[in-house]
Design a protein around this ligand. Structure first.
Ligand code: 4AD
Ligand code: MG
Length: 443
């Protein structure tokens, strides 16, 4: 019977077949140890010369990394056996080789990251990459699950749109049959139309930003999940966000035990991610940063963290702030100047707006950006003009402020950033199956 490695515990003392690839092989004299991978896990297969025919033992001797094989054998429980899940091995009785591989390029030795990224189509087979991408799938699955269970309807938003929402400096321009259009930076503006029909919605898809700088936190193509809620203010929005993020993190802890172990992730740090998350205002955050700066001795560190009221945060600021807490934190009421055109000013304090970012702990930084949205027609028109955006591309969006306008709010969570944090992976490039960055659009 053909089985999957992750079901192996149900087949102790039974003869089974596993179809997979050779992850690794060691052996001496009359015995060979094969680490066999099948997509669901890795199992150790033991080939004893005495137990198999000469032909099968020869096959075992010749096996090379990533050769595709069918291995038949009897499952044994053995606490010492390595694998995913460990503790089982297969006493091999037969081996069928589908393809014998010559010189697989990614060997167990250390390779440079560019070498690996050039071979991303093969690199995804490595256990670490396997673990990260499985956690990514869990993040996406549990995000949808929470939203579906809490009354949100998934409505897809277009990828091609002439309406910029998140600044004009990161637009990917498109020649749309002679007219200028862009790859979408966000589904938000369409979500705002959708809530007027469905109340609570979310978009989940790829989004694009022509990020011209190389950083550990930016890719040019990333996935975003964007909930939007009718009749919602900032206070209510943050309550939704903390429930949502906690559900995702706890789902990963429960469903990805092996994967988090492969990544040597400290689960205790993730277990703390339960509501409520601390909330601090931008004003408070600036005070804290100034305080941290005075406590630093090193002049380089002082310069890095230098900030004045009105500046947007960079990575060093987010890192310094999140180090003060052991949970994700909300920073609220950012300066209106540094945020998007659709964010409403606070009454009597127009220099700040009803916005909130969620910063992940341990230096992972912003994973969510969210806000209330301007719902007054004239205010929104003025903002679009102030931001030098071509008003004709926003006529449909302005309609939403003419026909039953309401207070509303929403947020966007970046999947790659969230996966980086949950996995404890320092560079976002490993969290995308095929990352796109300023200098990379292949494989
Ligand atoms: O803060 P941002 O720009 O917010 C929006 O796009 C809103 N329209 C979302 C909304 O309210 N519906 O982006 C949201 C999140 C960021 O917090 C970050 O996680 C991720 O998207 N993100 C990126 N991730 C990877 N690479 C990039 N270049 C990213 N830019 C944003
Ligand atoms: Mg943002």
């Amino acid at each position: 019977m053909i089985i999957q490695i992750n079901d192996i515990s149900a087949y102790i003392d039974k003869e089974i077949i596993v179809q997979g690839w050779i992850h690794n092989k060691t052996g001496k004299g009359k015995i060979n140890f094969i680490q066999l991978r099948d997509g669901t896990g890795i199992v150790q297969c033991v080939v004893f010369q005495n137990d198999v025919s000469n032909k099968v033992f020869d096959f075992a001797q010749q096996l090379t990394q990533e050769s595709s094989v069918l291995i038949t054998g009897v499952v044994r429980k053995d606490e010492r056996a390595p694998g995913i899940p460990g503790g089982f091995e297969i006493g091999v009785t037969n081996i069928q080789i589908l393809q014998s591989v010559n010189e697989y390029p990614i060997t167990p030795k250390n390779h440079g990251v560019d070498f690996l990224l050039d071979r991303r189509h093969l690199w995804i087979r490595a256990p670490r990459q396997w673990a990260i991408l499985r956690i990514r799938a869990c993040v996406m699955r549990s995000a949808r699950e929470w939203l579906d269970q809490n009354g949100f309807l998934e409505i897809s938003t277009p990828i091609i749109t002439p309406a910029a929402a998140e600044g004009t400096s990161t637009l990917f321009e498109l020649d749309y049959f002679g007219k200028t259009s862009y790859l979408s930076q966000t589904g938000q503006l369409y979500n705002e139309a959708n809530i007027m029909s469905f109340g609570k919605v979310y978009a989940f898809g790829p989004t694009f930003r022509a990020e011209k700088s190389k950083t550990r936190k930016h890719v040019t193509e990333f996935w975003m999940v964007e909930p939007e809620i009718a009749y919602c203010d900032l206070v209510q929005l943050l309550e939704i966000e903390e429930q949502f993020v906690s559900h995702i993190v706890q789902s990963c802890i429960n469903q990805c035990t092996n994967e988090l172990e492969i990544l040597k992730r400290d689960i205790n740090k993730l277990k703390r991610v339960v509501p409520p998350f601390p909330r601090i205002t931008y004003d408070d955050a600036i005070q804290k940063l100034i305080q941290i700066k005075t406590e630093k001795d090193d002049t380089d560190e002082k310069t890095l963290i230098d900030i004045e009221w009105g500046d947007d945060f960079g990575a060093p600021h987010e890192t310094a702030l999140t180090k003060l807490y052991d949970k994700p934190i909300f920073v609220t009421h950012y300066p209106t100047e540094v945020k998007a055109f659709y964010m409403p000013e606070v009454e009597n304090r127009p220099e700040v707006c009803y916005s909130a970012d969620l910063l992940a702990p341990e230096g992972y930084g912003e994973i969510i950006g969210g806000s209330e949205r301007i719902h007054d027609y004239d205010t929104l028109v003025n903002r679009i003009k102030d931001h030098n955006l071509p008003i004709e591309n926003y006529n449909w969006y302005l309609d939403l402020r003419k026909f039953g306008s309401i207070p509303h709010a929403g947020f966007g969570m970046g999947i790659e950033r969230t996966v980086s944090w949950i996995c404890g992976v320092d560079h976002i490039r490993e969290t995308s199956p095929y990352p796109r960055m300023i200098n990379r659009d292949t494989p």
